[in-house]
Design a protein around this ligand. Sequence first.
Ligand SMILES: Cc1cc2nc3c(=O)[nH]c(=O)nc-3n(C[C@H](O)[C@H](O)[C@H](O)COP(=O)(O)OP(=O)(O)OC[C@H]3O[C@@H](n4cnc5c(N)ncnc54)[C@H](O)[C@@H]3O)c2cc1C
Length: 360
Amino acid sequence: MMSTSLDIQGNYPLRELTTFRIGGPARFFAAVSTEEQAREALAFSREVGVPVFVLGGGSNILVSDEGFPGLVILNRIRRREVRLEGGRVSVHAGAGEEWDALVQHCVENNWQGVECLSGIPGTTGAAPVQNIGAYGQNADAVVSEVHALRRENGEPVVFSNPECGFGYRTSFFNTAGAGHYLITSVLFRLTRDGAPDTSYRDLQKYFSESGEVSLARVRKAVLEIRNTKGLLTLEGYDVFQSAGSFFRNPLIPAGQFEELRRKVEDAGGCTAWAWPQPSGEVKVSAACLIQCAGFHRGYRQGRAGLSPRHTLILVNYQDASAGEIIALAREIQERVKERFGVLLRPEVHLVGFSAPDLFL
Ligand SMILES: Cc1cc2nc3c(=O)[nH]c(=O)nc-3n(C[C@H](O)[C@H](O)[C@H](O)COP(=O)(O)OP(=O)(O)OC[C@H]3O[C@@H](n4cnc5c(N)ncnc54)[C@H](O)[C@@H]3O)c2cc1C
């Protein structure tokens, strides 16, 4: 085995490193705070011949009860470099920087572009992975470059924005490139003193009632709105043990939408639940389908359940196992499919599960 300055630990508990607070141990575990340590950790995994899982804030994963049979690399690489260029500002942030702290810093300096992404848990390095988005903004609008290491050989590689292949909750990093890169930093381009983005319905409503708009006020509004939906993990707010939205909002081909609309309306319907996309498809609210399939907020199945504030959020109420969360997720998936013919796909990454057919 190679000699390393890294502290690589065996049989390391993972549950406290996830927002679900669920899951077994990692066979090997290393926290890295520099690119060099990340390279060493990757070399260790190759030498020992075990798979790697790169962990950020653990806010978009469900770890199996058996844990992960390889090396978990906890990314804590921190840096923040700022360059002001006329009306633009470049922010180069380490992948281990806490995302919301970075957003807060940008808002406090009046750098526009991420204010609506306030309160999203996790790290900066994970932001491009699923192209995080909320309240009308998505990371792809401000990500300029993603810096990463190739896991096979530790070589550095820089991806331009188009090379990241961004889509709705997708990128190259969670599709074709999944499992091949460890992101070390992300370069963002923001607008100095830019006008806040309040185009999203909830924000328009908020500001129609409460006047003047600024980046700081948009951040405050987003945090308040997120809190009403149980979508925060920040201290001082109501926190639920979850990984946020469990399923993605499905995209329905235009030709099938009319039939779905009728079925949803027959089942009681929802307000603002379908959004036509430039592709011609219609994005529909998974929360609405779940609700119309008969699941209500706060629905419980033993120790697992739905959030009392949002039907799309599966919650670990009291030491639920990963198996219990999966059983509930499958029940929801099956009932929505039966009722509406729509297959809900998990947004949450499943870590350390051996069965390939957990979902339909
Ligand atoms: C309460 C709550 C609310 C949420 N709200 C939103 C929301 O509004 N919008 C939204 O888009 N998401 C939301 N999420 C999901 C989640 O916060 C984001 O997906 C976030 O970006 C995950 O960051 P993380 O550091 O916790 O990633 P993790 O959960 O640790 O990892 C997620 C995936 O990214 C990979 N990954 C992480 N870091 C790296 C890296 N450095 N290099 C390579 N791969 C990496 C992991 O391997 C894994 O596959 C929410 C989650 C919770 C719990």
